[in-house]
Each structure stands twice: as C-alpha cells, then as structure tokens.
Design a protein around this ligand. Structure first.
Ligand code: OXD
Ligand code: MN
Length: 616
C-alpha cells in the first residue's frame, strides 16, 4: 500500500504534509506482517544496530547511545495554549513558539532515511474503549517495537474508515544523513538540547524529535496512551491511568480484577505477574503499565490494557522476582542496552546468577564478568534502564480475557509507593473521594541512593497517582476529574480504593533481608486476599483514623517466615505521630502547588484526617 491508497482523507493529507516537511528518501506504509518485521530487523542487523541472540529464538539486542537511554522529562512538554492548563508539574512552551522551533528541526530531518507510516490501535481492535493513531517515524527500531507494543499495520485501516478519530504522532530521531552517509552501527539521535517530546493537548497531537528510546519514541505508550489520553478521558468522562491490571482468583474460583498505580521502581510489573505464596490463589495479568477505564452499561468501571506488549526494565528481573516476565521475553523479543554474553544471550545486574567469561557491556565494551550479579554504580554491564520489549501474549500468566474488547470490571484500585516509614502495609479508603486523596499523596521517600543532596534524604517525592510525568493537563484539574467521575457514578458499583506499602524498613533488625519488614513479591498475595475479601464486604477490618485496616488475624500468615510474623503487627499499626507529620507535609509542601486548581474535597479529607489523628 502507498500513501496515495490511504482512504482516510485527513490522515492522507497529514502524511503528505509531513513528507513535504521531513523530506524522507522514501515512504513505506507499514503492513504489520511478519515478513516486514523480519525485513526491517535484517536492515538493523546489516546496519550494525542490532545483534541477533544465538541463545534466544528470534531475539535481538540493540545498544543506544549513552545520551539516549531513558525518557527525558526535562525535554517533555505539555504545549497547551495557556500555561495554567499544563499546570505546575509539567514543562510548558507556548505552542506557536514550540511548533516554529520544531518545524525548523523537522525540515529535511529525514534526509537519507525512510519514513514509516504506522497505523496502530491502542486496545483490542474494535473495542469501544480502544483508540487509533498514526505514527510517522524514521526509525526501524521504533517500527519493530511498535509492532510488539501495539496492534499495528494493515488490519487497523478498516477501523479508521474514511473519517474515524485518530491521534497524529510524528517522530524523528533527528539525525538526517548526507548523501551516502550511513549510521555505521551508531544509534541515531540528536543532542539533548535538541530533543523535544511534545504534546499539544488541544489538538490531541504528539510531536517527538531527537530521541529513539522507549517512551520518547514509541509514541503510542506514554505520549498517546497517557498524556493525550488523559486529556481525551477528561473530555469524555473516563480514566486513562498509569496502572497495572491484574486478575485475582480465590480458591473458590471467584474472580476479581484489580488495577494499581505505583511510581517507577516499585515493582509494578512484578505485581502484575505475581506468583502467590498462599495456596489456591491465582494472579493473572491483563496489563502491566497502562489502564483505560470506562463505565459499562451496568454502571461498573471496566478496564482495558491499551498495549499489546511489555516494555519492561530488565535489571532486577530474575526467576525469583518475576519468572513470568523472563518467560515472556524468551523469544520474539527486542532487548535494548542489556549486556551480551559469549554464548549469545543477554545478561543484566540482578538476573539472579553471575555471568561467565567475557561480556559486551551496553556501551559495546568487552569486559570480564564479575563473580556476582551486581556491579558498582556507574560500571554496570547492562544500563539500569535496559529494557525488553516482549509480546504480552507470550506471558505464561496472561489472563484469557486480556483482549476482551469490553474490558474487565474493576473491583479495587491500589495506590502505593516506597515508604520506609509511616504508611502501613495496607489501608482502605472510606469513600471514593478519600481514595482520590490517597492517590493524590502517592510518593516515594528519597533515599541516599536517589539523591546526592543529603538534606533531601527522608523527604517524600510526591508522584500523585504515579502519573506525574504522564499527565497531559493541570494535575489539580486531574484530581477534580477523578472526583467528578466518582460523583456521577453509582457509589455501590465504584471500585474500592486501597493504599499498599511493601517497603517499610527497620534497619536495626538484622533478621530482615535488606531491612524490609515485609517480604514483598509472592507474599503480597496475602494483602491481595484481604483486599479481595474487603471488596465482598467481609468483616475483616477495623476503622482507624487513616481508614479501614486489617483486624487482628485478618492477614493470612500461614507459611510466612517467622521474622515477618514478628514485624506484621508493627506494619499494621497506625503511626499517629508519623501521619501528623504527613498531614503537615501535604498541607505545607504538596497541596499548595496546585493553588486554586486543588479540589476543595481534598482539603476537606485532609482536615478530616487531621481531626481524627488529633482525637486518636
Ligand atoms: C515506564 C515508566 O517506562 O513508567 O513504564 O517509566
Ligand atoms: Mn510506566
């Protein structure tokens, strides 16, 4: 198919306009076939950008440049007409100014390259919750990844028809080639000051320039399915969230679906693929990163996973932490910035075993492997943000209904972060608005590992709803949207909201590995059991100043290691003094950021929490 064959007049005109501006050598409309995938992969291998892995079927390793290894939040913009609409937590540039700058960069930016036109669908094809997009890109790596991460190719056109809704997503690596110039095996991208990851919310438009990596370049993911989708969701009355979706089955075979928002590095993918330690319980995966939730005809909230693959962080993924993720990535997977072993396999820090012999590190240097699976900071063999891009259907615990076009009905929503103190293992919100409050205060404590500024250690870095870098509009208005969604719904049918914290610490207790007071991983199923029963209204709770908490004996401890049986009472207690400090921090440092956009309902909940704590 050629651009001239595109039947959707709006898409055709936009593609033609972009071709004129970017001046690619040629244009290919992506069909999504296996033959096309193989052809593009071979092009990457021949260009020295990808290495086939001898040890894994149809798997390839890419190495990016050290300047292009992660999302660049400092170069990510919400370019709304008014700065106020981007809000206090986003970077903003006036759209007229930003478009002029970027048009300058885009002009002729695809010289020597092919422009690929990728029609894609976020969500199961034909789902009433799904949305469509077109990504234009000059990166074969992006086409290959989009092929795994979305439903892409020829099959999408019938849903777009001649005038269907779609989101335009323009991407360039920002590295035009002169006549005869080649990449020579070097990952193409632009200098950091020329990178722009821009969302134009009023136009539902994404323009990305200068980076070829992950969320900067696979525009269906963070740019569309979160930043633009949060805007569309607000307009249309639904929720686009940075949440996993899991299916929980109890020993009686009863099923509930749960979504959960956690900041980066809190084990979201691990929770989505958890292997329970309590007998008879089962966790299956619907999604590991993004949930789109809409009300069904029955008044319940239904979620789809808009993605078709996992773009997972490799380091730390082991048979112990997430066996299902490892199996998902055994074949047909793209690895980026992992280390290469002598026998043609990938390796990373925290994989659970030391490598042997020599390794080619993510920068392409050959070095002797270390006798353990850790490396000193800065000397890692795999970049800490090394990734695997794996088809979701390969996950051994993928739920049968993961592609159900209607989505799955959600019973519970979880929030969580890394909180070494104060926040208990689990507590339940008393109401939807109380749950919105809990979402609004999500955060992780800054540790010595994440800052060089000693004065910051122990402070909370707030990441409301874990969506801080991904909200396409003013975060205060986003809180209001959550409140409005709840107010319109049938209260009995709304999901129950919980705050979990797997990360309480007691550094002085030598019995605890890493000082953690809760084992986490598969043992988190014990908390999921309590939540499951709570959703059924079971009398397994006590009312406390901060919300509902497990009553004594309500958390299943059969088979739990003794050291955690001892710490459990401590992490199920309300730390009244700690929470008073929390209230103070929210009141003085967190909520004032949102000014008049902060919903009064949230201040009311904060006041109520404070008065309950004062009475405790
Ligand atoms: C991701 C992220 O890559 O949240 O999913 O950063
Ligand atoms: Mn994410």
């Amino acid at each position: 198919m050629n651009v001239s064959d595109i039947k959707h007049a709006g898409i055709k005109a936009w593609v033609e306009e972009c071709v004129k501006m970017c001046e690619p050598d040629n244009v290919v409309v992506v069909d999504g076939s296996t033959a096309e995938y193989d052809r593009l992969m071979k092009k990457c291998v021949d260009a020295g950008l990808a290495t086939p892995l001898k040890a894994k079927e149809n798997c390839f390793l890419f190495r990016s440049l050290p300047s292009d290894v992660a999302r660049v939040e400092s170069r990510t913009f919400i370019s709304s007409k008014k700065e106020e609409d981007a809000g206090p937590t986003n970077h903003w540039i006036d759209p007229v100014e930003l478009k002029a700058t970027m048009k300058g960069l885009y002009t002729g930016c695809m010289h020597g390259r092919t422009m690929y036109v990728i029609p894609f669908c976020m969500g199961p094809l034909g789902s009433p919750i799904a949305k469509y997009g077109i990504e234009l890109t000059d990166s074969e790596y992006v086409v290959l990844n989009m092929d795994i991460m979305t439903r892409a190719g020829e099959k999408v056109w019938q849903y777009l028809g001649t005038d269907g809704d779609w989101v335009p997503c323009l991407h360039s690596v920002g590295k035009p080639l002169n006549n005869g110039e080649k990449d020579n095996g070097i990952w193409p991208c632009a200098d950091v000051e020329h990178k722009y990851i821009s969302q134009f919310p009023e136009e539902h438009l994404v323009w990305s320039y200068g980076s070829g990596y992950g969320g900067n370049a696979l525009l269906g993911k963070k740019c569309f399915a979160l930043r633009i989708a949060t805007v569309i969701a607000r307009e249309e009355g639904w929720l686009a969230e940075h949440m996993l979706i899991l299916k929980l089955t109890n020993p009686k075979g009863q099923v509930k679906y749960v979504t959960g928002a956690f900041p980066s590095a809190c084990g979201k993918t691990n929770l989505a693929m958890l292997i329970p330690t309590i007998p008879g319980w089962k966790v299956e995966t619907v999604g590991d990163d993004i949930a789109w939730m809409k009300f069904g005809k029955d008044g319940r909230l239904y979620a789809i996973n808009p993605e078709a693959g996992f773009f997972g962080v490799a380091p730390g993924t082991s048979a112990e932490s997430n066996k299902n993720a490892l199996i998902s990535a055994e074949k047909n997977t793209i690895y980026t910035n992992c280390a290469l072993t002598e026998d043609g396999d990938v390796w990373w820090e925290g994989i659970g075993y030391p490598a042997k012999g020599k390794l080619v590190d993510w920068k392409g240097n050959t070095r002797d492997a270390l006798p353990k699976d850790k490396s000193p900071k800065g000397e890692e063999f795999a970049h800490p943000n090394a990734r695997f891009t794996a088809p979701a259907k390969q996950c051994p615990c993928i739920a049968d209904e993961w592609e159900n076009p209607e989505g799955v009905p959600i019973s519970a929503i979880l929030f969580g972060g890394r909180r070494p103190s104060t926040v208990p293992l689990v507590h339940q919100a008393r109401s939807w608005n109380h749950g919105v409050f809990l979402g609004s205060i999500v955060g992780s404590e800054i540790t010595a590992a994440s800052t060089i500024n000693a004065a910051e250690v122990g402070k909370i870095r707030r990441d409301p709803f874990a969506i801080l870098p991904f909200c396409g509009y003013n975060m205060g208005d986003y809180f209001q949207h959550w409140i409005d969604v709840g107010a319109k719904a049938d209260q009995d049918k709304l999901p129950k909201i919980f705050y979990v914290n797997w990360f309480r610490k007691d550094e002085n207790n030598a019995d605890l590995p890493g000082g953690f007071m809760w084992p986490g991983y598969g043992d988190n199923s014990r908390v999921l059991e309590w939540i499951f029963d709570r959703c059924d209204g079971k009398d397994n709770y006590v009312d406390t100043p901060i919300g509902y908490m497990p009553k004594e004996g309500a958390i299943n401890t059969d088979g739990l290691a003794d050291c955690y049986k001892k710490t459990l009472p401590e992490i199920l207690k309300v730390d009244v003094e700690g929470w008073k400090k929390e209230v103070k921090d929210i009141r003085e440092n967190h909520y004032p950021k949102f000014g008049k956009h902060l919903p009064k309902e949230l201040t009311a909940i904060l006041d109520d929490l404070e008065s309950r704590l004062n009475k405790a």
